[in-house]
Design a protein around this ligand. Structure first.
Ligand code: NIG
Ligand code: FE
Length: 377
């Protein structure tokens, strides 16, 4: 086994708020895909190989804990219409469903892999992928089979919307029955779009409970477009994450703060739907754990860029640069209940990104500039 010393790190952001979160003039030793040592460069141990980071900032690879990457087609006209004043309704999901059903497996897999590669170039080393653009037993199953060939964290989102021309009760029976049985072998998580026009509170509980019974862990699309019961249900069922959290009551904020459920904020969605951003300050000040993710999908947020989302979080959601980078690494890992990623400390995966900048602050200070120079392989 070869140990490699990465020396000359101007600033190491470790992503570990419980330990030394930032180390100046740092070094890191990696061996066999794992971090074995981090600390001050002056105290670095010997290693077989040495790489000089040239004073750059090193951060954990971003953990993008919310993405919808298995789809076909494009919704440029819908975005264009929105930018001319049309509101976002989520009704466009059905456009992507039609295109996805019509696509072959190879096309879907190739497109998802291309998006993962695009994310990686921007520093993301862990990504979660949801189904939800199939909405038949076979189309949801194959979406998850494709996703599970690409990433570890796969999410069954048969309950994205009720397909056109289908009775809602019949569809919930399908999602909790035959579709769940076909999808569970390929999924780790179960998710529901709990929203007016999608699934109500009772349906959300029923679907999440069925998923839990089938061995999946819950997460929820909650309170995106309206203040509904999604966050409360997520906390009640011990979900790893309540995602969006755009419209929250005081009780929702308190419930999140008192729980292990992460509030995952998706500012790319507010950007692309021209909507008010979630109030990250209120959540952080109350004591909630916050994550940032891209929500990459062809409708409400067609960005694959965590740096872009960090810049939005800082500018539009009143997060500090430190809070934003923490939310994109440690927060994402908490939202996926993973201890091995989003952090650089002995034992964690050696998943890191090198920034062509002296500090992670530049992710927000230099928005839109491609600062990620390399990502560990
Ligand atoms: O997270 N909110 C529901 N699902 C996606 C939107 C999907 C779409 O518009 O295609 C979201 O924003
Ligand atoms: Fe989403």
């Amino acid at each position: 086994m070869t140990a490699k010393l990465i020396d000359g790190i101007g600033l190491l952001y470790t992503g570990d708020p419980t330990g030394a979160e930032e180390i100046e003039h740092a070094a890191m030793v990696v061996e066999d895909g794992r971090v074995v040592w981090t600390g001050s460069a002056a105290e670095a141990p010997d290693a077989d190989e040495r790489e000089d980071a040239g004073g750059r900032c090193v951060i954990p690879g971003f953990v993008d804990s919310h993405a919808h990457l298995v789809f076909a087609g494009d919704r440029t006209p819908e975005f264009d219409a929105r930018m001319s004043g049309q509101p976002y309704t989520a009704g466009g999901i059905r456009t992507t469903v039609a295109a996805t059903r019509a696509a072959g497996d190879a096309e879907l897999a190739t497109r998802a892999a291309a998006l993962i590669a695009e994310m990686r170039r921007q520093g993301t080393t862990t990504v979660e992928i949801k189904s939800g653009y199939g909405l038949t037993v076979e189309d949801e199953r194959r979406s998850l089979e494709i996703a599970s060939g690409l990433v570890d964290d796969t999410t069954y989102l048969g309950a994205h919307v009720v397909p056109a021309g289908t009775d809602a009760d019949d569809y919930v029976r399908l999602v909790t029955g035959e579709m769940l049985a076909a999808c569970a072998p390929y999924a780790k998580w179960v998710d529901v779009f709990c929203e007016r026009g999608a699934f109500d509170g009772d349906q959300t509980r029923e679907i999440l409970r069925a998923g839990i019974k089938a061995g999946l862990q819950p997460r929820v699309h909650a309170n995106q477009l309206t203040e509904g019961p999604g966050v409360r249900i997520a906390v009640e069922l011990g979900a790893a994450s309540a995602d969006h959290c755009t419209h929250l009551s005081d009780a929702d904020v308190e419930a999140l703060a008192a729980s292990d459920t992460v509030a995952t904020l998706l500012p790319g969605a507010e950007f692309s739907t021209r909507s008010p951003y979630p109030d990250a300050r209120r959540l952080i000040d109350a004591g909630a754990t916050v994550a940032i993710a891209t929500d990459c999908n062809p409708g409400s947020s067609f960005t694959s860029s965590m740096p872009f989302c960090i810049a939005l979080a800082v500018r539009e959601m009143r997060m500090t640069p430190l809070e934003a980078v923490r939310a994109a690494t440690y927060g994402g890992a908490r939202a996926l209940r993973r201890d091995d990623v989003g952090v650089l400390r002995p034992g964690s995966r050696a998943d890191y990104a090198v920034l062509d900048a002296p500090s992670y602050v530049h992710l927000a200070y230099r928005p839109g500039v491609p600062l990620v120079t390399s990502v560990s392989s």
